[in-house]
Design a protein around this ligand. Structure first.
Ligand SMILES: [Zn+2]
Length: 97
């Protein structure tokens, strides 16, 4: 089950950084679409810019997802991804670092 928000133990509620989300929280998720493209949140250029990026199978390059906006915090960007994944019916995938 995906959490809509980080749990109350996460410092992410007060911080912009992914590392402050506790590992067992189930808030941080990556998703895969029907083509096997992997979608995940990561920081972009600048200190306060997070959004969904995607990676196509067999290609090294990571691209910004045009379906989501830049956000000032990791939490907001991850919430966008949760919402998008739900709309699209994407499946959760294990993140391997
Ligand atoms: Zn947590």
């Amino acid at each position: 089950m995906v959490r809509e928000w980080p749990c109350c133990l996460c410092k992410a509620a007060y911080s912009d950084f992914k590392e402050d989300v506790c590992p067992d929280c189930n808030f941080v998720k990556a998703y895969a679409d029907e083509r096997g493209w992997i979608y995940f949140v990561r920081p972009g250029i600048g200190p306060c810019a997070f959004k969904t990026f995607y990676k196509q199978p067999g290609k090294g390059r990571i691209r910004g997802c045009r379906m989501t906006e830049w956000r000032a915090s990791f939490v907001d960007a991850q919430r966008d991804l949760h919402r998008l994944a739900k709309e699209k019916g994407w499946k959760e995938v294990e993140q391997n670092g």
